[in-house]
Design a protein. Structure first.
Length: 281
């Protein structure tokens, strides 16, 4: 059966930087969809084909897109790829799951995290680390660039929702569980907890790079571009840190082992990570 790869939000930053370059290397017909195409969606996409919908759109736009896909194409031979952030908080994420479940089954939904598809990240699993031997975990993701014009998106999410609740927590769950298996990672995430006194502001450190408010034209903006969070899982301290407009670009996992040694994994920028995500779908 012929496969059509349909991108909602094809003119956005994610599509331009990652999706479209990856799709150029894959033999699949790509259909770009913007909001103005919604009314004519059925005429844009031929019947009788397998359809992969990649929703590279803000979380608040996902419910409408999912309903639109179902209304026009039904349920059969459809897969849907969702990008982070998945909702804006726990309640909205739950509501989003419930909404999607009305139209599609769980095995048709793919929640994308291209960091887990990176070969340099998968080296962590090859280290044969047993959680029982881990003393502490530190994961750092810093960028030299700022928000690169993504004002509307970033003002709604900030560093915590953009990076911590997706990439960093997912990587931490793999280290703790020692597996890419979704159920094992989910269990590891459920066991994580804040390890500090919230009333003393010790849990989370937030900051904004100089000039951010001028850039977004909001002098009252409290959106963080830097955040550091301290968690614990099965008595293992976990530090997650990310920020923009910093001195260097790096993604690093530092694991202190109880024997006194340290294992360091540098997660490289891999242009084909999204290609692997798409092929897996």
């Amino acid at each position: 059966m012929e496969t059509k790869y349909i991108i909602f939000g094809a003119s956005g930053d994610l599509s331009k930087r990652y999706l479209l370059p990856a799709l150029e290397k894959i033999n699949v017909d790509v259909i770009k969809v913007s909001r103005k195409d919604y009314a004519d969606l059925k005429n844009l996409i031929p019947a009788g084909s397998e359809k992969i919908f990649h929703l590279a759109i803000p979380p608040q736009s996902v419910p409408e897109a999912v309903e639109l896909i179902s209304k026009n194409f039904g349920k059969d031979n459809i897969k849907i790829l969702l990008e982070k952030p998945f909702g804006k908080d726990f309640k909205s994420a739950q509501l989003l799951v419930e909404h999607i479940d009305k139209y599609f089954s769980e095995d048709q939904i793919y929640r994308v995290d291209h960091y887990l598809a990176k070969k340099s990240f998968q080296n962590v699993l090859q280290g044969n680390l047993d959680a029982k031997n881990i003393k502490s975990i530190k994961i750092i993701a810093s960028e030299k660039i700022g928000i690169e014009g993504r004002v509307n998106f970033y003002e709604q999410v900030g560093a915590l929702k953009d990076f911590v609740q997706s990439h960093l927590l997912e990587m931490a769950s793999v280290v703790i569980s020692g597996s890419l298996d979704q159920k094992k990672r989910h269990l590891a995430l459920k066991n994580m907890a804040v390890v500090c006194d919230i009333t003393k502001n010790e849990c989370v450190k937030r900051a904004q790079y100089e000039g951010y408010r001028e850039e977004v034209q909001n002098m009252n903006s409290m959106t963080e571009t830097f955040v550091s969070v301290n968690l614990i899982s099965d008595n293992i301290p976990i530090s997650l840190t990310t920020g923009k407009a910093l001195k260097e670009k790096l993604t690093r996992i530092e694991i202190d082992v109880k024997s006194g040694s340290q294992k360091v994994f540098n997660i490289e920028h891999e242009t084909d990570a999204y290609e692997r995500v798409i092929r897996a779908a």
